[in-house]
Every structure is written in structure tokens, then in C-alpha cells.
Design a protein around this ligand. Structure first.
Ligand code: ZN
Length: 139
């Protein structure tokens, strides 16, 4: 039976609990979320889209994980029920980049590149001022 969780504005989670043909108890589905991180160059906010496939098999002990089929990651469960929120949170944290930054060319802290200049045809040439300096008095 599919299990649907939705935290408004944070993450969209679809997880299916089942067991496969080999008897593994599995949690499969996907987690989609938009995280806002801090760019390490300009310190501004940078959106990060996550869309993670989830393919987990529940095991009793850490030592069982290496023997799982490669299509599964292991999640250790004990006598307590699995906390799905914790599990989702962990998956998201693992998927987030350690160092967030804007895409090259999209960061306000980046020097303006020729590519950006050529696409912004209706904008003032950001190098015009520099050219003025270069051709100023003294040449
Ligand atoms: Zn930035």
C-alpha cells in the first residue's frame, strides 16, 4: 500500500513499503524537495532542487548491509518502528551538497563572463567602463 507524505513547501515524499521476491523488506519511492542553501561565494540564497529515488532494504544489523543486492541501500531497523520522517530527513541531508554555490555565471560574486555578456543584449555592456579606463589619459 503506497504511503504518501507531504510537507507543504518542503518536500514531496512517496514511499512504498513492501517486500520483494527475495524477501527483502523494502522502502522504495522518491523524495522531491527544494532546499534553499547559502552560496559559499556570495553568501546569498541559492535554491537546490532535489529529486531522489529511494531504494532501501530494511535490515536488522549494520553487518547485513554489505550483503544486500546492489540496487538497495540498507536501513537498519531494530525493535522500534522506522521513523519515516527521520529517514527522509537523513536521505535529504545526504543528498545535499556539502558546499552550496550558484551555478557558474549565475553568482553575483562571479566576475562577469563573456558568455553572460553576449546573452544580455539589451543590457549595458559591463565592460564599457573598463574600456573607458583603458583608453583614458596616459595612452
Ligand atoms: Zn553566489
Amino acid at each position: 500500500m503506497p504511503l504518501l507524505m507531504e510537507a507543504v513547501g518542503v518536500a514531496h515524499v512517496e514511499l512504498r513499503l513492501s517486500s520483494d521476491d527475495e524477501g527483502y523488506r523494502t522502502i522504495t519511492g522518491r523524495i522531491a524537495a527544494r532546499a534553499v542553501l547559502q552560496c559559499q561565494r556570495c553568501l546569498g540564497p541559492v535554491g537546490h532542487e532535489l529529486d531522489l529515488p529511494v531504494s532501501l532494504a530494511m535490515v536488522w544489523a549494520e553487518k547485513e548491509i554489505p550483503s544486500l543486492p546492489s540496487r538497495y541501500d540498507g536501513v537498519v531497523v531494530g525493535a522500534d518502528p522506522v521513523d519515516l520522517y527521520e529517514l527522509v530527513e537523513e536521505e535529504l541531508l545526504l543528498a545535499l551538497p556539502l558546499v552550496a554555490a550558484h551555478e557558474p555565471g549565475a553568482c553575483p560574486a562571479d566576475p562577469v563572463s563573456p558568455d553572460v555578456e553576449s546573452t544580455g543584449s539589451d543590457k549595458k555592456n559591463p565592460f564599457a567602463v573598463l574600456r573607458g579606463v583603458e583608453t583614458g589619459p596616459g595612452t
